[in-house]
Design a protein around this ligand. Structure first.
Ligand code: THU
Length: 129
């Protein structure tokens, strides 16, 4: 699976986003270790605080299907700049992957950039006593 293929899936998933409040579509494609891809989109709610991000949809779908090892995630949104995961999504990803994990972010024009989770979430929380 190439970065371009994963980004194409994320862009496709934007069409599934349920976004009556923000009208900001986010699609995510999470490549699992076994070669399958878990797809996600954002799902909003009239109680704004329980809106669910596209990346989190993809992670929760995968984990609930028994998958916990991931190779990369692609994210696409309605932004002119690269659509980067929010802080909460970075934290959710960090539960399952390490700092070298590739986070591939697309912009509206279809261009994309490969970040690492370590770049996006430095010095992250660890449950250590
Ligand atoms: N959103 C995501 O899906 N992923 C992020 O990383 C940040 C924001 C969604 C939440 C909401 O539905 C919309 O984008 C606007 O914030």
């Amino acid at each position: 699976m190439t970065d371009q293929q994963l980004i194409d899936l994320a862009i496709e998933m934007k069409s599934r986003a349920y976004v009556p409040y923000s009208n900001f579509h986010v699609g995510a494609a999470l490549l699992c270790e076994d070669g399958t891809v878990s797809l996600g989109c954002n799902v909003e709610n009239s109680a704004y605080g329980v809106c669910i991000c596209g990346e989190q949809t993809a992670v929760v779908k995968a984990v609930s299907e028994g998958k916990r090892s991931f190779k990369a995630i692609a994210v696409a949104g309605d932004s002119d700049g690269y659509c980067l995961p929010c802080g909460a999504c970075r934290q959710v990803l960090s539960e399952f992957v390490g700092p070298d994990f590739p986070v591939i972010c697309a912009n509206n024009a279809g261009a994309f950039h490969r970040f690492t989770l370590g770049e996006l979430l430095a010095h992250s929380f660890r449950l250590e006593r």
